[in-house]
Write a protein that binds this ligand. Structure first.
Ligand code: SF4
Length: 328
């Protein structure tokens, strides 16, 4: 197994929002740590300088048949998936075959389909049409102010918050998918974070305009790209959620706090080392997160981890007194 080589289909991962989620990565470019048009300060994949400017510039887009083949293969061994989720090491809307992929998956599976997007391209009609085919779109929006948007998401040139907001409002009007806005709150030693009263009040105005089906209030829980960035404390996060409840309606707002536990699944493993690698590639993981996601015992996991560390495919990093594994 070489560095940064991975399968298109990975997981399932145990997600705080989606339960047991089978991941689909639609750009495969082993020379890049991530394939995205943002470089968010909170990104779990680390920081890059080579942001993709547009879908037309994306290299390594996987095809519809590769995705279908991958799903077919996984269906033989997994029986209790909650979602098939387009996410991973890329921004999925950069692959313009996304809509066709969703249609093709529906031909072979009844599992609900989710797309996790950074919202950067929702100003484009073709991208909105692709997204509308999903059951659920989880779209990031960190601020109603252009400067905070730039500080936190660090978009490629040509991406502007106003177009993002207009695109999200247009997506919300389309029939089909549920739209969930992921409002990620961070604090930083280097720029004003987005959890101040001024930020929250503006974000609520924008959310009222977009009118999504749901808003998720959360903060970083894994090592971010920038060490100067840290989580908003739980007390403040709850205050924000209460304010959102008052303004947007309690049934729309979901506070996402760290840690969920699920029942055991019926996963069968073909190659535990590859499955561990595939998960860590997409996000740094602790032993406990790997054990929960892959449904394996600590006794089975530790020798695999030790072997990967010995061969230099992963390393240990520390964040908030917790050890995570990260792909080298
Ligand atoms: S967090 Fe998501 S949107 Fe932001 S840089 Fe990382 S992959 Fe891209």
């Amino acid at each position: 197994m070489g560095k940064r080589k991975s399968r298109i289909i990975y997981g399932p991962i145990l997600s705080r929002r989606l339960g047991r989620s089978l991941g689909v990565d639609v750009i495969r470019n082993p020379s890049s740590r991530k394939n995205c048009n943002f470089d968010c300060v909170y990104c779990q994949l680390g920081s890059v300088t080579d942001k993709i400017q547009s879908p037309e510039d994306a290299v390594g887009c996987v095809t519809c048949s590769e995705v279908v083949e991958g799903i077919r293969h996984y269906h033989r061994s997994i029986e209790d998936i909650d979602y098939i989720t387009f996410s991973g090491t890329c921004e999925p809307t950069l692959n313009l075959w996304l809509g066709e992929m969703i249609d093709s998956i529906r031909d072979i599976s009844d599992v609900p389909i989710c797309v996790i997007t950074n919202s950067s391209l929702v100003g484009r009609k073709d991208v909105r049409q692709n997204l509308a085919k999903a059951d659920l779109v989880v779209a990031t929006l960190v601020s109603g102010y252009e400067d905070s948007f730039r500080n936190i998401n660090r978009p490629a040139p040509g991406i502007h918050l106003e177009e993002v907001i207009e695109g999200l409002a247009a997506l919300s009007l389309l029939d089909g998918c549920r739209l969930s806005i992921e409002a990620m709150f961070v604090e930083s030693n280097e720029f004003p974070g987005n959890s101040s009263d001024r930020e929250i009040s503006r974000l609520v105005e924008v959310l009222e305009y977009i009118d999504p089906d749901e808003v998720e209030v959360l903060t970083v829980t894994r090592p971010p790209a920038e060490s100067s960035v840290h989580a908003v404390d739980e007390k403040r996060l709850k205050e924000i959620a209460r304010y959102f409840d008052d303004k947007l309606g309690r049934n729309k707002v979901r506070l996402v706090l760290q840690g969920i536990k699920r029942g055991r699944s019926v996963l069968k493993h073909e190659n535990i080392e590859e499955e561990v690698y595939d998960l860590i590639l997409r996000r740094p993981c602790t032993n406990e997160q790997l054990i929960d996601s892959l449904d394996i015992s600590r006794e089975n996991l530790i020798p695999v981890i030790e072997n990967m560390k010995y061969r230099g495919t992963i390393e240990v990093i520390r964040e908030c007194n917790t050890s995570y594994y990260r792909v080298l």
